[in-house]
Design a protein around this ligand. Structure first.
Ligand code: COA
Length: 333
């Protein structure tokens, strides 16, 4: 049987920084409030002519190079995004594939908001274990600034832009295999976090809609409470089901939404600070891109070594959530 191995990671962060100080000139907020309630100090914002696919392609190029594979060996690309280049079609995955010259491979997007990367990891795992594909490029890419209402202090302080990508490959070696992935959802909470307009559920006359009604809206405090409860249960379950102790986790890589959510889940698992990967301070919440961007951070700083076990967890609009137990398994040179 083929197993799925997490071979490589890459990321791209746009150069422009939007600081808390700058935001406090745009809405009624302060660096002190944002830092205390979220842990965020700054976020990066893509240029006007820089699309989600541009960022995704840069992250993906790096991930392919670091995997050691040739571009021609990639046989599928899946992109997780809630800020695609185009509404409905074409998919951002097909655009990234063409920008990278990957040929006529299977390419599609999925929508699972901030849980997107865990979802595409599970899709890659399933395609590889079924024998249908061998080397899959997964990309989480977001230009959230394009769907953020910069007059709403409840959301605009949180979100940023960026992309991360990974190559997942078939292996016969069970030691290298992704151990387990959980994914879940509950549409009962759909209205906690949504872009209410612009889709078939709302549009009678698109021209009559305010442009801002296509932006993200969130009931933050309620979302926060469901996130802590759901994530804590999910990570405890995945560890128990796989007989893994939290002390066996080398890197806990949570979706970077809010430091207080990360801390609550980390405390529930009794994790030490050095096990918890934090990038929320410098990138804010980049939705589907946040986990691969965080993995890339520990990779580039030399903290992520072959064989080390990562626990990923994520929560987002839908509502959706997920977790994954993933050893880092680059090809042996
Ligand atoms: N600056 C200053 N004050 C603000 C503010 C801001 N940016 N945003 C909200 N406030 C005010 C509120 O108006 C409220 O004022 P009031 O007490 O006078 O009514 C007060 O701060 C508390 O608001 P509340 O929404 O309860 O704050 P919070 O502690 O829940 O923090 C979030 C708000 C958005 C940071 C937090 O709820 C959060 O991170 N939620 C989850 C985000 C998330 O995980 N999303 C899903 C996954 S992507």
């Amino acid at each position: 049987m083929a197993y799925a191995a997490f071979r490589s990671i890459g990321a791209y962060v746009p150069s422009k920084i939007l600081s808390n100080e700058e935001l406090s000139k745009m809405v009624d907020t302060s660096d002190e409030w944002i830092t205390k309630r979220t842990g965020i100090k700054e976020r990066h914002i893509a240029a006007a002519d820089e699309f989600t696919s541009d960022m995704g392609a840069k992250a993906a190029k790096l991930a392919i190079e670091r995997s050691g594979l040739k571009k021609s060996e990639i046989d599928m690309i899946v992109c997780a995004t809630i800020s695609p280049d185009y509404f409905c079609m074409p998919s951002t995955a097909t655009i990234i594939s063409t920008k990278l010259g990957l040929g006529n491979i299977t390419a599609f997007d999925i929508s699972a908001a901030c849980t997107g990367f865990v979802y595409i990891l599970s899709i890659a795992k399933a395609f590889i274990e079924s024998g249908m594909k061998k080397n899959i490029l997964i990309v989480g890419a977001e230009k959230l600034s394009a769907i953020t209402d910069y007059s709403d202090r409840g959301t605009c302080i949180l979100f940023g832009d960026g992309a991360g990508a990974a190559v997942i490959s078939a292996t016969e070696n069970k030691e290298e295999a992704i151990i387990d992935i959980h994914t879940g959802s509950d549409g009962e909470f759909a209205d906690l976090l949504m872009t209410p307009n612009g889709g078939s559920g709302s549009a009678h006359d698109a021209l009559e809609q305010e442009a801002t009604s296509c932006f993200m809206q969130m009931r933050g405090n309620e979302t926060f409470k469901v996130a802590v409860k759901t994530l804590t249960k999910d990570v405890i379950d995945i560890l128990r089901e796989n007989s893994i102790q939290s002390s066996d986790i080398k890197h806990f890589v949570p979706h970077q939404a809010n430091y207080r959510i990360i801390k609550a889940v980390g405390d529930a698992l009794k994790l030490k600070d050095e096990q918890v990967v934090l990038t929320v301070e410098k990138y804010g919440n980049t939705s589907g891109a946040s986990i691969p961007m965080a993995i890339n951070d520990i990779y580039e700083s030399g903290r992520l070594q072959a064989g080390e076990l990562m626990l990923l967890d994520a929560f987002g609009g839908g509502l959706t959530w997920g977790s994954a137990l993933v050893p880092f398994a680059p090809f042996k040179k």
